[in-house]
Design a binder for this molecule. Structure first.
Ligand code: N2P
Length: 361
């Protein structure tokens, strides 16, 4: 009998270990958006292996989500895409009893996200940020003097952008960011769903396009850092990653980032679990881990993006907390705008106009 019990116990232990070894979670996140050490530590603590893939556009993520089974257990859509995807039914509700660290979330950010995900049923904010102008300090000075490149007119007026064409300009490959800020620069509602306005935004970009070397949403980090380009319409955290990479390379390149004075788009990227996810418990475990103050701080420290966990600030370098381009203050917040989810018909117009911008057809 005793022997029998011993064997049973040994078998149980073995099965448990095998099970623990077999646990994993498949994550699909934006590139340059995490401290990789965080994933290693999560695995060390929980035994859950993280299989991690990256993308750099909401359109790429959406194509996968709509194509059927993705195989992913966590994805990170921006809020406007999230809203439409919730309506289509691609996500499952979160089990909040498995997410005790939701208590750490900043109420203002959670409230902003609730505009897109009513009741915060399907998503948790991961990072939030502005879209602005990243630039090479010396090259900008050589072209526009001591004036700060802090106006959308600099990038959306052909006569201004032409001054930077020779040193290299990239724009995000993201119609949401580029069309909304272009509309802001010409004094039209950045959230307009009127097809005529969307066409106006596209025409604005087409006029400056001869000065744009590439539309791309992740390559600008290294291109700025290496001095290959001198100007980018990009996201705050990525731009400061470019600044840091140049500093680490000691190549004499100095990068800065500004929020244009006319105001800019603020966006929320959010953790969500696809409906057909197979490792739902593991997904909740990782989401909750990412909401720990120390962990959120590690991710913001590496990425320079703002996280929604207030208590993480005490673990962050003071220069990140004080950087108003990363954590905008009230004055900056007054100039900021958001955009809403687009219905299918509007999204079709946007996609068509964005194709016209990029291909000329
Ligand atoms: C990370 C970019 C995330 C911001 N490199 C855009 N959603």
């Amino acid at each position: 009998m005793k022997k029998c019990l011993q064997i049973a116990a040994a078998t149980l232990a073995l099965t448990t270990t095998a099970f623990a070894q077999g646990r994993s979670v498949n994550v699909y996140n934006w590139s340059d958006y995490i401290d990789p050490g965080v994933l290693d530590d999560f695995t060390r603590e929980t035994g859950i292996r993280v299989v991690y893939d990256t993308y750099d556009s909401n359109e790429t993520l959406e194509t996968k989500l709509l194509a059927g089974k993705t195989g992913y257990d966590i994805v990170v859509p921006s809020a406007t895409f999230l809203q439409r995807q919730i309506q289509i039914g691609v996500y499952q509700k979160l089990d909040k009893s498995k997410l005790p660290n939701l208590a750490n979330l900043n109420a203002d950010i959670t409230g902003r996200l609730a505009v897109y995900d009513p009741g915060n049923l399907y998503s948790v904010n991961y990072m939030w940020f502005t879209t602005g102008i990243a630039f090479n300090v010396a090259k900008a000075k050589a072209r526009i003097g001591d004036k700060s490149p802090d106006s959308w007119d600099l990038v959306y007026k052909p006569e201004n952008l032409r001054k930077f064409a020779d040193c290299g300009v990239y724009f995000l490959d993201s119609p949401e960011d580029i069309f909304s800020t272009a509309l802001r620069s010409i004094g039209v509602n950045p959230d307009s769903k009127n097809p005529a306005d969307i066409r106006k935004a596209a025409d604005t970009i087409i006029r400056v396009k001869p000065s744009v070397k590439k539309f791309h949403s992740s390559e600008y980090i290294n291109a700025l850092a290496s001095g290959d380009i001198c100007l980018a319409v990009g996201w705050a955290g990525d731009s400061f990653q470019a600044r840091n990479r140049a500093q680490e390379a000691r190549n004499g390149v100095e990068i800065d980032y500004v929020i244009p004075k006319e105001g800019t788009l603020i966006s929320l990227d959010n953790l969500a679990i696809p409906k057909d996810a197979e490792r739902v418990a593991e997904a909740h475990a990782l989401i909750d881990y990412l909401l720990r103050p120390e962990v959120a701080a590690r991710n913001s420290k590496v990425t320079n993006f703002a996280n929604p966990v207030d208590a993480s600030k005490k673990f962050l370098p003071p220069e990140i907390v004080a950087n108003k381009s990363i954590y905008p203050d009230d004055a900056v917040m007054k100039r900021i705008f958001t955009v809403s989810a687009k219905d299918q018909a509007t999204q079709k117009v946007i996609t068509r106009e964005w194709t016209r911008v990029k291909t000329g057809r």
